[in-house]
Design a protein around this ligand. Structure first.
Ligand SMILES: NC(=O)c1ccc[n+]([C@@H]2O[C@H](COP(=O)([O-])OP(=O)(O)OC[C@H]3O[C@@H](n4cnc5c(N)ncnc54)[C@H](O)[C@@H]3O)[C@@H](O)[C@H]2O)c1
Length: 355
């Protein structure tokens, strides 16, 4: 059983729903600097134990785990404070937005022995879980390549003040999902190159960093992969093209997991073709509020996975080390956008005293 405090109540709303619906999680306190938001969430979920001070949760001995949903640039600091207060941590993606504090966090985790789990929601979505299970069961043979994209009409997001700061990058906010998929199947990416641009919609809104990007990757064993993201324009109908997809191609089969429409398709090693679409009940489990732009179902899946890892003393993945590996890759991608040249992940890790 996790006894949880939630920090940040924008996206933390879905975590509240997840925690309150799970028998493996006890929600103790919610926290946001914005008291009106605390009151709003309290009323929405009839859960009235809120605070505007993070320290209140850190100093509460009953809380064993903190779940962090503050803006990206605060994650490193909020993780550090949680570890120093001897709490386990769930941190939403992107884990951190640069590697300057990565070594400090690793050292701190070693010292405290506390667990850190990256809330990489996309891995915990039904089609992605099914795809992974089939892959691990050998239905595709040996992996050849992985392709993933995350395209979304996130123009609404540009109204958040921090979306227009120079510290905000879709590279981290958006591409962390498909890049995590790539590393799930090909952990040892050695080199990446890509192009990016700010679209005219992004420019008009005052965005400071790229909203449209395409990248290719090479792993240490020579296998290749690709990822793309576009965030400030309309997307195709979900029936035709899911906003987020992963295609895994193997020596004996191929599969595709689609985030939208909860769709999964596979040609397995026997040649059998199957398309699975989950029903209304599963859709309601994942999308509990309006629309499909929130993640309560995935968060419940990952909170329960994390709770089990604490009960059984196993590691929940992505852990801190894997999460930092993904940030290193994102940072290599960022450098490639700036230089127009391929970048080795090892160079990035070396710069930050990591190996
Ligand atoms: N699929 C996913 O996993 C997913 C989806 C959406 C957002 N996110 C992540 O969730 C995080 C938050 O995004 P959001 O859209 O909710 O942003 P948001 O700006 O709407 O909410 C962040 C909240 O954090 C609060 N906050 C900031 N500093 C605080 C502090 N020191 N103490 C207490 N509260 C503090 C703010 O008041 C705000 O309400 C981002 O890192 C984002 O990438 C993840």
């Amino acid at each position: 059983m996790l006894t949880l405090g939630i920090l940040g109540l924008g996206e933390g709303r879905s975590t509240m729903s997840a925690a309150l619906n799970s028998s493996k999680v006890k929600l103790k306190t919610i926290c946001d600097l914005n008291e009106d938001l605390c009151k709003h969430r309290s009323k929405e979920f009839q859960f009235f134990n809120y605070t505007t001070k993070y320290e209140d949760m850190l100093n509460d001995p009953e809380i064993d785990s903190i779940a962090i949903y503050t803006p990206d640039k605060w994650h490193a600091e909020h993780i550090k404070q949680a570890l120093l207060a001897n709490k386990h941590v769930v941190c939403t993606k992107p884990l951190i937005d640069d590697l300057s504090k990565a070594k400090e966090l690793l050292d701190l985790q070693n010292k405290t022995g506390k667990k850190l789990f990256v809330g990489q929601s996309s891995r915990f979505f039904e089609p992605a879980k099914r795809q992974r299970k089939d892959f691990e069961a050998g239905l595709l043979g040996e992996l050849i390549t992985v392709e993933s994209h995350y395209h979304a009409d996130h123009r609404w997001f540009l109204e958040k003040s921090w979306a227009l700061e120079s510290s905000f990058k879709w590279l981290y906010g958006g591409l962390s999902h498909p890049v995590d998929f790539i590393r799930w199947y090909l952990p040892d990416i050695e080199e990446v190159m890509g192009y990016g641009m700010i679209s005219s919609n992004g420019k008009a809104a005052g965005l400071k960093n790229e909203d449209t990007m395409h990248f290719i990757f090479r792993a240490t064993d020579g296998r290749i992969a690709r990822v793309s993201g576009a965030y400030t324009g309309p997307i195709q109908p979900a029936q035709r093209d899911s906003g987020m997809s992963v295609i895994v191609r193997g020596t004996e089969g191929a599969s595709q997991a689609d985030y939208h429409e909860l769709r999964y398709a596979i040609t397995d090693k026997t040649g059998e073709e199957k398309i699975v679409q989950w029903g209304d009940k599963t859709i309601k489990y994942y999308f509990r509020f309006e629309g499909q732009s929130h993640h309560a179902g995935e968060y419940q899946n990952y909170l329960e996975y994390f709770a089990d890892s604490i009960t059984n003393n196993t590691t929940a993945y992505p852990d801190l080390k894997e999460g930092i590996g993904t940030i290193a890759l994102l940072q290599a991608m960022d450098r490639s956008l700036k230089t127009g040249a391929p970048v080795k992940v090892s160079e990035i890790l070396k710069t930050h005293g990591l190996s």
